[in-house]
Design a protein around this ligand. Structure first.
Ligand SMILES: O=C(O)CCC(=O)C(=O)O
Length: 212
């Protein structure tokens, strides 16, 4: 990892804490981002991106796939984690670079079960929501951003109220743990042309979770 400023307990210190959410700016340097992108191309070749729908049939604006033992899906039967891609194949393994990030900023004694891969084009967004499809909220959610800048919004542990926004850039890592684990959050927009990492533009976000 490129950032190595550690606190007394040996953990890497965040650059910023917004409402209890730890933000590690530029955590992955350009070479690691490129390595990760190459890994993700292999993941997507084995388990293609698909458009999730809400239970009432409305298409979400992101395209998704997963790596790891379990992947998150949403369709007319609702949202859930499952062991196979909607087309039936097992999810590919979580890339090593992603596991290195998890071990550097997340728990050392438990690996994630799932790495959700969201692809945002210039028009995609993600509404405010809580991550609560997992069994145990004491494990944090670790998120990695690649590609164009995204306006990430963090709210409260109940819906509504004041929120704060920050731009997430390629290589940034965010950890939502402790009291912030159940904070409402979302992505208001992606700013086209702010990164050259993805040849066709857009943004990839990876979220790592302990599910069971
Ligand atoms: O794209 C992001 O930065 C956030 C993704 C997210 O909130 C999620 O996958 O639940």
């Amino acid at each position: 990892m490129d950032k190595k400023i550690r606190d007394n307990s040996g953990r890497i210190a965040p650059d910023l804490v917004v409402r209890g959410v730890d933000v590690f700016e530029g955590f992955l340097g350009v070479e690691k981002q490129q390595e990760l992108l190459d890994d993700l191309r292999r993941v997507v070749a084995a388990a293609p991106l698909f458009v999730p729908t809400t239970s009432n049939g409305r298409e979400m604006s992101v395209r998704i796939t997963s790596a790891g033992r379990l992947g998150w899906v949403s369709d007319q039967s609702g949202y859930r984690y499952q062991e196979a891609h909607p087309r039936g194949m097992a999810w590919p393994a979580i890339p090593d670079v992603v596991m290195e990030v998890w071990r550097a900023v997340g728990p050392q004694d438990r690996d994630p079960d799932s790495c959700l891969i969201n692809y945002y084009d210039d028009h995609a967004r993600m509404g405010m929501h809580q991550d609560r499809d997992e069994a145990d909220f004491s494990w944090p959610v670790v998120s990695i951003s690649l590609g164009d800048d995204a306006l990430f919004r963090i709210g409260n542990t109940t819906r509504g109220g004041k929120t704060e926004s920050l731009w997430l850039r390629s290589g940034d890592v965010v950890v939502m743990g402790g009291d912030a684990r159940l904070a409402y959050h979302g992505v208001d927009r992606v700013k086209a042309g702010t990164s050259v990492l993805l040849p066709k533009g857009g943004r990839i976000n990876l979220t790592l979770r302990v599910v069971v």
